[in-house]
Design a protein around this ligand. Structure first.
Ligand SMILES: *Cc1c(COP(=O)(O)O)cnc(C)c1O
Length: 487
C-alpha cells in the first residue's frame, strides 16, 4: 500500500480512522437527508433514462476517485431515483419502510460485521440470536423443544420448511436417510399440498429439492381466498388411492396478495389424522401476533411443525430479516454437517454454539440485532399500535370501496391488503396504475383475481391517514374516468 492518497480502509482505535469513519457516515447522512425533498413515493426517471444514466458511468476506473467524489455522484444519479418506501404514497408490495432505530441497527451490524456461522465469529451476536429465537418461539406458542434460525426471508424459510418435511418423511416413514442416500426411489410420488394462492416459493423449493413442480398440489380456495379444507381432504384421499405419497401441507398465514389466512386449526387436524407435516408460511401474517385486537385471527399458529416469519414486512425492519422456527428443534439437524475448521464437535460440549449447523447459509448477517433493538424500542404496545392501525386502515378502505359504485372489491381484508378494481375494463385499471407511478409519484399494486386485473393497496405504513386514503381513492376514480374516455 504505497499510495499516499489511499482511502482509509478500516475503523480501528486510532484517531485518524475514527475521524474518517465519522466523516464518511456524516456526509452520507447529509446526502440522504438532502434527498428527502417531498413526500412522493417515486420522483425518479423512467427505465430507459435510468439505463442511460447508469451506462454513462465507469464502474471500475483505473485510479480510485475517492469517497467524496463517489458520494457526490451517487447523490446525483442514484439516491434521487430511489423508491421512497417511507412515503405514504407507496403501497404496492409487502415491502415496508424501515423503522428509524433499525437503520441504526444496520449501521452497528455492518460496522462490526459479525458472521453468525460460528461462535468465534460472533460471540455476543450468537447469544443474541439464540435469545431472540427463544422469545419468538414463546410468542408463537411453540415452547418446549422448539428452535429456529434467522434467514434471508420467507423464500429461504419456506425452502427450509419443505426440506425438513421431506427429510422427516423419509427418515420416519420410509426409514431412508435422505441426507446420505439422496432421494428414495419413490420420490416422484411425493405430494405437498398448498392453496392455489400460496407463494411461488413452494414450487421453487419443490424444484430445488428434486421433487418438481408436479409435487405441489394446488388446493382451491373459498370466496375469502382461504384453503378449502374439504378440497384438501379430497386431494389427499384421491392421491393416496392413486399411489401418491402425501408428505406435508403448507398453510398460508396471510397470502401475499389478499392477506387471507388459511384455517390453520382445521388443516392441523387433517395433518394429524393423515400423519403429515404442517408448515405455516406466515411471511406476511406473522406480524399479526403483536396486534392488540386482532391476534386471534392467527390463533392456532402454534399447531405448525415449522413456521416462516418475516421481519421485513409487517415488522417494518430493513431487508433482509426473516426467521424459520421449528416445533421439534432436532429436525434442524437436516442442515448440520461438521466442518473441521468451523463447528468442531468439542465446541458444543464446552458451551460454544456454532449456528452454522442450523442454517442453509454459512456466512450470515446478524439480522437478529434489528429485532432485538426494535422490540425493545417499541415494546408490545408500540408494535400493537402500528399493526392495529394498518389492519384498521385496510378495513376503512374496504368500507369506503363498498359504498362507492365506481369500484368492486375482491374480498374483505383480514390483515392490511385491499384488492379492488375500477368497474369496467382491465386496460383502464392497468393504465391508471402506470399513470400513478409516472405522473403522480404514487406506487400501488396490481394483481389478477378471478381472471380480471385488480389494483392493490398493501398498507404496511401506519402513518397513512384516512384522509390520505380517501384522496387516493378519489384520484384513482378521476384517472379512471379520464382513461375510459380515451379508450
Ligand atoms: C413475501 C412472501 C414470501 C417470500 O418472502 P421473502 O422474504 O420475499 O423471500 C413467502 N410467502 C409469502 C406468503 C409472502 O408474502
Amino acid at each position: 500500500m504505497q499510495n499516499d492518497n489511499i482511502e482509509p480502509l478500516f475503523l480501528s482505535s486510532s484517531k485518524e480512522s475514527k475521524e474518517a469513519y465519522r466523516a464518511i457516515i456524516e456526509s452520507t447522512v447529509t446526502a440522504i437527508l438532502d434527498s428527502m425533498q417531498d413526500e412522493k413515493a417515486y420522483r425518479g426517471m423512467n427505465p430507459r433514462q435510468l439505463q442511460q444514466e447508469i451506462s454513462s458511468q465507469t464502474l471500475l476506473p483505473e485510479q480510485g476517485l475517492g469517497f467524496p467524489s463517489v458520494l457526490d455522484s451517487v447523490s446525483k444519479s442514484i439516491i434521487p431515483n430511489f423508491l421512497k418506501t417511507s412515503s405514504t404514497d407507496y403501497m404496492a408490495h409487502l415491502h415496508s419502510p424501515a423503522l428509524l432505530e433499525s437503520i441504526a441497527s444496520e449501521l452497528i451490524l455492518s460496522t462490526f460485521n459479525q458472521s453468525m456461522d460460528s461462535w468465534d465469529q460472533s460471540p455476543i451476536a450468537t447469544e443474541v440470536e439464540i435469545a431472540v429465537i427463544k422469545q419468538l418461539c414463546i410468542m408463537y406458542g411453540i415452547k418446549e423443544h422448539s428452535d429456529g434460525v434467522f434467514t434471508s426471508g420467507g423464500s429461504q424459510s419456506n425452502l427450509s420448511g419443505i426440506t425438513l418435511a421431506r427429510d422427516w418423511y423419509c427418515n420416519t416413514k420410509l426409514h431412508h436417510d435422505v441426507k446420505k442416500e439422496g432421494l428414495p426411489s419413490c420420490y416422484s410420488k411425493f405430494r405437498i399440498y398448498t392453496s392455489e394462492v400460496s407463494h411461488f416459493s413452494m414450487e421453487k423449493s419443490a424444484h430445488l429439492l428434486g421433487l418438481g413442480y408436479n409435487a405441489v398440489v394446488k388446493v382451491k380456495v373459498d370466496a375469502q381466498c382461504k384453503m378449502d379444507c374439504k378440497a384438501l381432504e379430497k386431494h389427499i384421499e384421491q392421491d393416496k388411492e392413486q399411489g401418491f405419497l402425501p408428505i406435508a401441507v403448507i398453510a398460508t398465514i396471510g397470502t401475499t396478495d389478499y392477506g387471507s389466512i388459511d384455517p390453520i386449526g382445521e388443516i392441523s387436524a387433517i395433518c394429524k389424522k393423515e400423519g403429515l407435516w404442517l408448515h405455516g408460511d406466515a411471511a406476511y401474517g406473522s406480524g399479526v401476533i403483536l396486534s392488540g385486537k386482532y391476534a386471534h385471527r392467527i390463533a392456532s399458529i402454534d399447531c405448525c411443525d415449522s413456521l416462516t416469519v418475516d421481519f421485513h414486512k409487517m415488522f417494518l425492519l430493513p431487508i433482509s430479516c426473516g426467521a424459520f422456527l421449528v416445533k421439534e428443534g432436532k429436525n434442524l439437524e437436516a442442515f448440520t454437517l461438521h466442518a473441521d475448521y468451523l463447528n468442531r464437535e468439542e465446541d458444543e460440549e464446552d458451551g460454544y454454539t456454532n449456528l452454522v449447523g442450523k442454517s442453509l447459509q454459512t456466512t450470515r448477517r446478524f439480522d437478529a440485532l434489528k429485532v432485538w433493538m426494535a422490540f425493545q424500542v417499541r415494546g408490545k404496545a408500540g408494535y400493537a399500535a402500528i399493526i392495529d392501525t394498518c389492519i384498521e386502515n385496510a378495513t376503512y378502505v374496504y368500507e369506503r370501496l363498498c359504498l362507492n359504485n365506481a369500484f368492486e372489491v375482491a374480498i374483505q381484508p383480514e390483515i392490511s391488503s385491499v384488492v379492488f378494481r375500477l368497474k369496467g375494463s382491465c386496460e383502464v385499471n392497468k393504465r391508471v396504475r402506470r399513470r400513478l407511478i409516472h405522473f403522480q409519484g404514487v406506487v400501488i399494486g396490481q394483481t389478477v383475481y378471478q381472471e380480471k386485473t385488480y389494483l392493490k393497496f398493501t398498507l404496511l405504513n401506519p402513518t397513512v391517514t384516512h384522509e390520505k386514503l380517501d384522496s387516493l381513492l378519489s384520484l384513482i376514480e378521476e384517472l379512471g374516468i379520464e382513461e375510459s374516455k380515451q379508450a
